[in-house]
Write a protein that binds this ligand. Sequence first.
Ligand code: GLU
Length: 311
Amino acid sequence: MPSPDDARRRDLDLDDLLRRVRGTTGGEVDDSIPQLADADPDLLGVALALPDGRVRTAGDAGASFSVQSAVKPFLFALALADTGGDALDRVGIEPTGEAFDALELEAGTGRPPNPMVNAGALLTAALVDGGDADGRAARILRGLSAFAGRDLEVDEDVSRSEQLLGDRNHALAHLMRSEGTLHVTADDAVEAYARSCAVLVDAGCLAVMGATLALGGRNPVTGVQVVDAAVARDVVSVMATCGVYDGSGRWMREVGVPAKSSVSGAIVLSAPRVLGAAVVSPPLDGQGTSVRGAAASAALSRELGLHAFAS
Ligand code: GLU
């Protein structure tokens, strides 16, 4: 029996939701690399991926952009899958209260604090099993494509810029090397992570990626079991506590859906057992979260009954 919530998820007027969200202003487009600085601040798109495989989109949901940090949950998932869970011994899972690129490792262990900040994602990218650097890059791209349900590509210009200008990522990789917690060279880790951030997606396929985690690791569009349900559960748990960096507490109260933000202005949401969603709008707040993306996420949560802790 479809519930009233199912009907709302099928019928909610997404164009109207975007019209309402356009009234939210503020934020700055990221300028860490030229390609991000060139983003259109007025870009606004939303997509929902439902358990029956339908993908509902509105606005600029078909516009392509580099995934940036919204890739981190999926790198964590691939690392967990490829290490048989050993990745959980190599990276912490506690929120930091610090910015995404803080030069900070876990006290005592020298491990990255969690897989949703840059230190953690540098390590999880390096834990994906591919033999050598090329094999790892290929395995990451194949894995991300399975989450998306289509063949994804790397924007080579973005990848080069990230590697050239990502001084803090190089610093974090060297810091982990000095602690003995990174097993590949610093350059290899930065390359694997930078190439992952440079993968091109759109809101539609990002919603499918979020849905695959929300629905026990099975892609609802292709039917492919991409990772085990236990892996998906672990990843979504850490998205809930760490996915919006030092804004994760406020996010959980206001939106109540596990999510990952990114400097391209995209946010991927995984509402367990219910749906995946993605929103994109480049202007960011001080914590690197899309301002309109957060407003759209709060509206989706409210209007579709997605808040994990609402009665
Ligand atoms: N490529 C960005 C970096 O590592 C990703 C950060 C983000 O999206 O939050 O600096």
